[in-house]
Design a binder for this molecule. Structure first.
Ligand SMILES: NC(=O)c1ccc[n+]([C@@H]2O[C@H](COP(=O)([O-])OP(=O)(O)OC[C@H]3O[C@@H](n4cnc5c(N)ncnc54)[C@H](OP(=O)(O)O)[C@@H]3O)[C@@H](O)[C@H]2O)c1
Length: 381
């Protein structure tokens, strides 16, 4: 099988997931051909990636001179749907990844999906699009990937999923004591090195609610059969319980390389000496604690609205994106994040029988509403 070359498009190539995806491309010369790259605004790094990987097509939110590096510019949605593309790595952050992900699924592609917000916004609709067009979604998120790996080869459905959580940057503090924490403090994740938005979502545990929602749709299991446990070491990435009481776990280093590579080569596994390995003897103790949900208002909010039908989950994602960006810009306090998200959800008039277009509109409305609500309260206060 070694001579198969996968033609790939990497969206969000300049981000944490995108850069690690390109590390794997580098580690396996001759196994991947980068047909397209897409990014946001980090033009200097994007240009270096174009110079190195020589994609035929690029898409950017930034400014790049026409014909740079010999690449043609095209919309994200067009690049992912090119007939020659085998694999799309969706490493974009937030609601902006929705339409490119949908376009890839509608074109019947295999999508390695890190951009979890889009599953939160419209899980059932994306799964239906994948089914209708023969497309495949492979998760690139460590906890759902662990569940996926535990389920491989099983013919029986799981009776329960147990998602592990590090607890984020403030796991030993009460919510009330977090009023004055700075973005720098919140960005210090105890075990993972990731992009800014997911690191703040990890500190509030909104990210854990997103993973529960993601797992509910990807593995077709009801919400009440998904548990979350605090596991400080982040070595057990998640567990699956079966009807006979047997529990399977997937363990790995706190490094997304394995997770990305698993999706890129699936169903093969490949040796990669660039990636760290776990040593069972030096692992030390592994601890699992019950989660005190009262400590994490974003987790409660995320689960409550992520379970609702219609446009509520998209509003949850859009409002959270705006609130996190306001916190990172020091416009609001850390502890204001759930309040702002909650106010936007309360103001929303949901659309039932939702289309993808409705979810995109709802998330945009939520982002604008959250930003406007904040600026209004700033003027009044
Ligand atoms: N990082 C991890 O370890 C990890 C683990 C599990 C899941 N995830 C998920 O993977 C996704 C990416 O996370 P990340 O940590 O890689 O984020 P990140 O480092 O912030 O990277 C985000 C990428 O998206 C691009 N981007 C931002 N806004 C865009 C827009 N409007 N249109 C097109 N591209 C845009 C950015 O481009 P520029 O930088 O050029 O502006 C960057 O390439 C998130 O959904 C996250 O929850 C990440």
């Amino acid at each position: 099988m070694d001579d198969i070359v996968k033609k790939i498009v990497v969206l969000g190539s300049t981000g944490s997931i995108g850069r690690q995806t390109l590390d794997i491309v580098r580690a396996f010369p001759g196994r991947f051909e980068v047909v397209g790259l897409g990014n946001g605004f980090n033009t200097p790094l994007f240009k270096r990636q174009i110079d190195e990987f020589k994609p035929v097509f690029i898409s950017t939110m930034g400014e790049i001179e026409a014909g740079y590096g010999g690449a043609k510019q095209a919309p994200f949605e067009d690049i992912v749907a090119l007939p020659e593309v085998d694999l799309v790595v969706a490493g974009t952050v937030g609601c902006a990844g929705m339409l490119p992900t949908l376009a890839a699924l509608n074109a019947g592609k295999t999508v390695a999906l890190a951009n979890k917000e889009v599953i939160v916004m419209a899980g059932p609709l994306l799964l239906a699009a994948a089914e209708a067009h023969g497309a495949t979604i492979l998760t690139v998120d460590s906890e759902p990937s662990a569940i996926w790996q535990c389920l491989e080869g099983e013919v029986s459905k799981p009776s329960r999923l147990i998602i592990t959580a590090s607890g984020g940057a403030f796991r030993d503090r009460t919510w009330g004591s977090l009023r004055d924490v700075t973005p720098e403090e919140a960005l210090k994740h105890p075990t993972w090195d990731m992009g800014d938005k997911i690191t703040i979502d990890s500190a509030t545990l909104m990210n854990k609610a997103f993973e529960v929602i993601e797992s509910r749709w990807l593995f077709d299991i009801p919400f009440d059969r998904i548990d979350v446990t605090i596991h400080r070491q982040s070595i057990v990435h998640s567990m699956v319980e079966f009807a006979d009481g047997s529990l399977k776990a997937q363990l790995g280093p706190t490094n997304m390389g394995q997770v990305i590579q698993y999706a890129m080569f699936y169903p093969e596994r490949q040796a990669n000496s660039d990636l760290p390995r776990l040593n069972a003897v030096s692992m030390g103790s592994l601890t699992f604690e019950a989660m005190d949900r009262t400590l994490y208002p974003c987790f409660e909010l995320g689960l409550e609205y992520g379970q609702k039908s219609g446009t509520y989950p998209a509003v949850l994602a859009g409002a959270d994106e705006a609130a996190v960006s306001l916190f990172l810009q020091r416009e609001i306090r850390f502890t204001d994040i759930p309040d702002l998200v909650s106010d936007t959800l309360a103001a929303h008039r949901p659309v039932v029988n939702t289309t993808i277009g409705d979810t995109v509109d709802a998330s945009r409305w939520a982002t604008e509403n959250t930003l406007a609500r904040h600026s209004k309260s700033t003027i009044l206060s």
